[in-house]
Ligand binder design. Structure first.
Ligand code: ADP
Length: 386
């Protein structure tokens, strides 16, 4: 077992023996307090090292229970961490790149634990490394959390993909049998109409309505799943032109409500054309649908430039929303009204959110019950794209 003591960090001729003792004690205390083990490779051409008591302790050993040498370190180092550790050492010696690596060392218990190792070499006048001093810090818990987190993220992605696939396949495959039910119910209703009593006619009416509603739900669910499958090809889009297109799509509804829709000098944004049209159309449609009784819908589209994105708001003077529902309305199939009051499936805003998230932006609402709503979405500028 080596008794080699470290050569002093401050040249001895500057310090009295008393000073030296104090400095050593200060160093040991600081090292203990910082929970790091210090190593001192006094001569890089030799095997011998000095390890502080904490170094041994971090590996589960008593002070000096094992020999502090380079070979000992190599024996403790996990075989898979050899290559990058010694590559980093060589790079530090040859190019003075910082020596800062993560590796596993074998604990006395036999378990490998993760450490962060840092070090710095002192050199002679020719620049040749002479001595190297460094530290090890236990990062095992942090690494375990990181690994756990990575596994969880991977599992979440997988289950998300599975759900995505399931929603798509289910909604796609449900369409056909529903079509069969719906058309045969209508056929029976037509062919045997004279033979049916009033009660039966009413029941057939319910079945047909139910089928139509289910068809609508399936179509919307299919639409929702398709947004994620959309290849996100982006281009520069003039929002003024897009708004004109959207207005044409909802022209009937605008006419029937005599709605006033205003926008001016909207910016050019960077995004997927059909998805952004879809987003604007859903928001405009909602503003027209949830208009206040006895009020002409007045809808304004406003843009605000921020450092890294554009914020676009669709502001209406409609029925408004209570603040407790601000998040819920973006969840698929969540609605605040019954079908007899306002038609819909509760998918529109979920699609909007999906579109905006796929563009790296966000969407939110500000509203007051009875006082209109403002839906705002942010769209990152082109150079913020990732
Ligand atoms: P749908 O309109 O089919 O119900 P959405 O996902 O588009 O589905 O909207 C979810 C809910 O959010 C609606 O049921 C409605 O209660 C509320 N909502 C959406 N837009 C507005 C709006 N402009 N004004 C008031 N309420 C709105």
């Amino acid at each position: 077992m080596s008794n080699a003591s470290p050569s002093p960090i401050v040249p001895e001729h500057f310090l009295s023996p008393n000073d030296l003792e104090t400095a050593k004690e200060r160093f040991e205390l600081a090292a203990m307090g910082a929970s790091v083990g210090i190593w001192d490779w006094m001569n890089v051409d030799k095997e011998e090292e000095y390890w502080t008591p904490k170094f041994f302790q971090l590996l589960g050993y008593e002070d000096q229970e094992i020999r502090p040498t380079l070979s000992q370190f190599k024996a403790l180092l996990h075989p898979d961490d050899w290559a990058h550790t010694f590559k980093a050492l060589e790079a530090h010696f040859n190019n003075k790149t910082p020596f800062d690596v993560e590796y596993r060392l074998k604990h006395k218990s036999g378990e490998y634990r993760w450490f962060r190792g840092c070090g710095y070499a002192s050199r002679n006048s020719e620049g040749t490394p002479q001595r190297m001093v460094g530290s090890i810090q236990d990062i095992h818990e942090q690494k375990s959390y990181e690994a756990e987190l990575e596994t969880l993220v991977a599992r979440l992605k997988q289950s998300n993909n599975d759900l995505e696939r399931f929603a798509y396949v289910a909604s796609h495959d449900l369409q056909e049998p529903l079509r069969v039910i719906s058309s045969y119910v209508q056929l029976i209703n037509k062919r045997y109409h004279d033979k049916l009593g009033d009660g039966a006619k009413e029941f057939f009416g319910f079945i047909v309505d139910g089928c139509k509603r289910m068809q609508q739900l399936i179509n919307d669910l299919l639409d929702f799943s398709r947004v994620a499958q959309h290849e996100l090809t982006k281009e520069h889009l003039d929002l003024n032109t897009l708004m004109k297109q959207v207005e044409r799509h909802v022209a009937k509804k605008m006419e029937s409500t005599a709605a006033i829709v205003t926008y001016k000098d909207l910016p050019h944004v960077y995004g997927n054309r059909s998805l952004i049209v879809r987003l604007l159309q859903n928001l405009l449609n909602n503003s027209l649908k949830y208009c206040a009784p006895n009020k002409t819908p007045n809808i304004k589209i406003i843009s605000t430039e921020k450092n890294s994105c554009w914020e676009i708001s669709v502001e209406d003077n409609g029925i408004g929303i209570e603040d407790q529902y601000f998040e819920r309305i973006f969840v698929i199939f969540q609605r605040l009204h019954t079908m007899d009051k306002y038609s819909g499936t509760g998918v529109g805003l979920a699609i909007c959110q999906r579109i905006i998230h796929s563009h790296g932006g966000n969407i939110w609402v500000k509203s007051e019950l009875g006082n209109g709503s403002t839906f705002t979405f942010s769209l990152p500028k082109e150079n913020q794209d990732n």
